[in-house]
Ligand binder design. Structure first.
Ligand code: AHR
Length: 486
C-alpha cells in the first residue's frame, strides 16, 4: 500500500501563479540598498537596480510585485517621486524608522524594476492621507496614451508608452495605519475611490481587507462595497508565540519551532473563516481573496533599527512557508494572489544584503523549488498527515501538494518534525519516464545563510527511485522537498 496516492485525473482547481507574488515597501533597506542603489553607485547596477539581487530574483519567476506599501502607501504622494531626482522633495518616513525618504525611487523606477524582474505591477494607492483626485491622476499618468498634460509629463519624464498597471489596491490596513477607519466608513471611501479608476486598461481593483481573525471587517466591507471589487485583501503574519512574543529569527528552541508550525494551523483556520464569510455574501464567487501580506514576523536582529524589521531566515521559515503556500493551493477557489512580506531585507525575505554583499535565504530556495506550481492544476493527493501534539494543538508531520502543468507533475513535501525522517512510496495513476528531486534541510534548525557563508542552507539533489508509476523517496526531518515527474 502506497503512503501517498496522486490521481492526475482528479483536478482540484488551478493554482494561480499570483500566489507566488512578492511585496516591496519603502521600509528599512528593502527598496533603498536592497533593490535600488542609484545609477551612480559603485555597486553594479542597471538603471539603478542592483544586478546581483535582480539576477537572483529572476530565478523565482516572480509573477507580480506589490508597491509602495504597506503602511507607507497611505503616506505616499506619487508626485513626490517623479521628475529629476535632485528636485524631488524629501520627507520623513513616519511609519518606518523616521528616516529620510528622498523619493529617488518612484513610479518610473518601480515599473523599471518590474520590467527587469519580468513581473506584473500591483500599485497600492493612498486612501488614508490621499485624495480621490490624487489617485485618479496617478492612474491617468501611469496608464493613458494620447494627449493630456499628465501623459505628456510622463513622456517628459522618460516613458513614452503607458505603463501596464495590472492591479490597483485602494488603501492598506485602513483599519489601522491607513486611517483607523471603521469598516462602514472605509467601504464608502472604497466605493468613491473605485468610481474614479477610469482607464483604458483593464485594472483589477483590490479593496482593503481584514487583519488576521477579524471577519467582521471582511463581512461589512464585502456587504457594502464587494460588488465594486475584483479582490479583497487579507493580512496574516505568523509568529513564534503571538505578537507579544514574536521570538528570534535565528535563535530558538524546539518549542519555538513547533509553536511557529502551529501558527500556520491558526492561519489555515482563519482563512477558512474569511472564505466562509465571503461565500455567504458573494455567492457567485466574483470577488477573490488576495493575501497581500503574509510571512513570519520576529524581533529585529540585535543592533539593527527597530523600524527596519530586519530578521534572519532559517529552515523554520522554509517549512512554514511551504505549509502556507500549500494552504493557498487548497484554497485556490478564492485565493488568487498572495504577496509574501517582503522581498529583500524586511521580514521573511528572499534576499539579504549588506553593502555590496548579498545572500539568498532558505525562503528564496522555497520559492524557487515551488515555482513549477505556478498556474498548475492542483491534483488530488491522498496521504496520512500523521498529526502530532504541540503546546497549542495538533499539527501535521507532512504537508504534500501536487500539480500538473504541460504534462509534468510537481510534488512538494514538507517534513515538519525535528526528529524523524519519513520514507515515502508515492503512487500515481500513470507511468512516468523520469524523476528528479531536490531537498532543502540544515544540520541545525537555527542555521542561516550569512554573507561569509551564503550556502550554509542550500538545496541538494535528493535520491528518488522511479519504477513505472511509483516513486520511493525519503524526506529528511526538518526539510522541504520538490519532486518532478515527466
Ligand atoms: O510588512 C510590514 C507592515 O505590516 C506593512 O507595512 C503593514 O501593512 C503591515 O502591518
Amino acid at each position: 500500500m502506497a503512503d501517498v496516492r496522486i490521481n492526475t485525473k482528479r483536478k482540484k482547481g488551478r493554482i494561480s501563479k499570483y500566489i507566488y507574488g512578492q511585496f516591496a515597501e519603502h521600509l528599512g533597506r528593502c527598496i533603498y540598498e536592497g533593490l535600488y542603489v542609484g545609477e551612480d553607485s559603485p555597486i553594479p547596477n542597471t538603471n539603478g537596480m542592483r544586478n546581483d539581487v535582480i539576477s537572483a530574483l529572476k530565478e523565482l519567476d516572480i509573477p507580480v510585485l506589490r508597491w509602495p506599501g504597506g503602511c507607507f502607501a497611505d503616506d505616499y504622494h506619487w508626485r513626490d517621486g517623479i521628475g529629476p531626482k535632485e528636485d524631488r522633495p524629501y520627507m520623513v518616513n513616519t511609519n518606518w524608522g523616521k528616516v529620510v525618504e528622498n523619493n529617488h525611487f518612484g513610479t518610473h523606477e518601480f515599473f523599471e524594476l518590474c520590467r527587469q524582474l519580468g513581473c506584473e505591477a500591483y500599485v497600492n494607492a493612498n486612501v488614508g492621507s490621499g485624495t480621490v483626485r490624487e489617485m485618479r491622476d496617478w492612474v491617468e499618468y501611469m496608464t493613458f496614451d494620447g494627449d493630456s498634460q499628465l501623459v505628456n509629463e510622463r513622456r517628459a519624464n522618460g516613458d513614452d508608452e503607458p505603463f501596464r498597471l495590472s492591479f490597483l489596491g485602494i488603501g492598506n490596513e485602513n483599519w489601522g495605519c491607513g486611517g483607523n477607519m471603521r469598516p462602514e466608513y472605509y467601504a464608502d471611501q472604497y466605493r468613491q475611490f473605485a468610481t474614479f479608476i477610469r482607464s483604458s486598461q483593464d485594472i483589477y481593483k483590490i479593496g482593503c481587507g481584514a487583519n488576521a481573525e477579524d471577519t467582521e471587517w471582511t463581512e461589512k466591507v464585502m456587504k457594502i462595497a464587494g460588488k465594486f471589487m475584483d479582490g479583497i485583501s487579507w493580512h496574516n503574519y505568523t509568529f513564534e508565540d503571538g505578537w507579544e512574543n514574536r521570538g528570534k529569527s535565528d535563535d530558538f528552541d524546539s518549542e519555538g519551532w513547533y509553536n511557529n508550525i502551529y501558527d500556520t494551523e491558526r492561519m489555515r483556520k482563519r482563512l477558512i473563516d474569511h472564505i466562509a464569510v465571503m461565500d455567504s455574501i458573494d455567492k457567485e464567487g466574483k470577488v477573490d481573496l488576495i493575501v497581500d501580506e503574509w510571512g513570519n514576523w520576529y524581533d529585529v536582529l540585535p543592533g539593527t533599527n527597530p523600524g527596519f524589521l530586519y530578521q534572519q531566515n532559517t529552515m523554520r521559515d522554509a517549512v512554514t512557508g511551504m505549509l502556507i503556500l500549500h494552504i493557498f493551493h487548497n484554497a485556490n477557489r478564492r485565493v488568487k494572489m498572495a504577496n509574501i512580506a517582503q522581498m529583500v531585507n524586511v521580514l521573511q525575505s528572499m534576499v539579504l544584503t549588506e553593502g555590496e554583499r548579498m545572500t539568498v535565504t532558505p525562503t528564496y530556495h522555497l520559492f524557487r523549488m515551488m515555482k513549477a506550481h505556478q498556474d498548475g492544476e492542483l491534483l488530488d493527493a491522498a496521504y496520512d498527515e500523521m498529526r502530532y501534539d504541540t503546546k497549542y494543538g495538533t499539527v501535521p508531520k507532512l504537508s504534500i501538494s501536487a500539480s500538473e502543468k504541460n504534462g509534468a507533475v510537481t510534488v512538494t513535501i514538507a517534513n515538519t518534525r525535528l526528529d524523524c525522517d519519513e520514507e515515502l512510496e508515492i503512487e500515481l495513476d500513470r507511468e512516468f519516464a523520469a524523476v528528479s528531486a531536490e531537498v532543502l534541510t540544515a544540520d541545525n534548525m537555527c542555521d542561516v545563510n550569512t554573507f561569509d557563508e551564503p550556502d550554509k542552507v542550500s538545496p541538494k539533489s535528493l535520491a528518488a527511485e522511479l519504477a513505472g508509476n511509483t516513486v520511493k523517496v525519503t524526506i529528511p526531518k526538518m526539510s522541504i522537498a520538490a519532486i518532478t515527474l515527466k
